[in-house]
Design a binder for this molecule. Structure first.
Ligand code: MG
Length: 255
């Protein structure tokens, strides 16, 4: 069931969103060649816990035979699409890294992702990061009362494909609130379904996952890390937003 949040619930989600945004800010400052993804995870976890929240992703169940998710963030480098597990991998000049963070505060979750350059990156990688962010904002424009979920999906797909990129099919955005993953699903591509109509008080995690090459993906032996099948770069951009009776409001940002 799609949950509608009250004004006071939205205020709590905004606070959860600020914590996620702050963790993103601290991570952005720390990203440079030579840093491990485990160090970035430590930084995010510290921000989340010091803020009185808990990391949403730690201990999450994945595929039936996968271990519980062991970290506070996902850190996906280059051809990794999502669910890269932080570890001893050292970031190199020219890499791109997608960071996904979720925080649980006052009974509600917030969820956001950003892709960052490491040192000096190629013009092509810069363009992928930029277009992926633009895809989110194209989707955001459609997140208005009376529209349907499919309007968000179509806007994202059109912008990605117009720029020569492809949209990952297996992973989609989602409703969010007391649960990290609530209905409705929000594909980043058109489907046969028009999807539910958007209503004030719906809170959505809209998260384009855009590949520079083809859209097919594969999953590593660790049963978590998703990467492009063709080895091309992938970028991710996500915010938690609230549908209102006017413009949509991004919750995962600093006040
Ligand atoms: Mg999400």
């Amino acid at each position: 069931m799609i949950t509608i949040k009250s004004k006071s619930e939205l205020e709590i989600m905004r606070k959860a969103g600020e914590i996620v945004a702050l963790a993103h800010e601290k991570i952005k400052e720390a990203i440079k060649p030579g840093v491990t993804t485990k160090e970035l995870d430590r930084i995010a976890e510290e921000v989340i816990i010091k803020s009185g929240a808990t990391p949403s992703f730690k201990g999450v169940r994945g595929m039936p035979d996968a271990p519980l998710y062991p970290a506070s963030i996902c850190a996906s480098v280059n051809d990794e699409v999502v669910h890269g597990i932080p570890g001893l991998r050292v970031l190199n000049d020219g890499d791109i890294i997608s960071i996904d963070i979720g925080a649980f505060y006052g009974g509600f979750h917030a969820d956001a992702a950003r892709t960052h350059p490491v040192g000096k990156i190629s013009i092509e990688a810069e363009r992928l990061i930029m277009v992926t962010m633009e895809c989110f904002y194209e989707g955001l424009k459609q997140a208005v009362f009376g529209n349907r979920i499919s309007d968000i999906s179509a806007a994202i797909q059109v912008h990605a494909e117009k720029n020569g990129y492809s949209v990952v099919r297996e992973y989609v955005g989602h409703g969010i609130g007391r649960e990290m993953w609530e209905p409705p699903q929000i594909p980043n591509f058109r489907t046969r379904e028009r999807g539910p109509r958007l209503q004030p008080g719906m809170t959505l995690a809209v998260e384009p996952m855009i590949n520079a090459g083809r859209y097919e993906i594969k999953i590593d032996a660790n049963k978590w890390t998703v990467r492009t099948l063709d080895g091309s770069l992938s970028a991710h951009y996500e915010n938690t937003l609230a549908v209102t009776d006017g413009e949509p409001v991004i919750l995962t940002k600093l006040d």
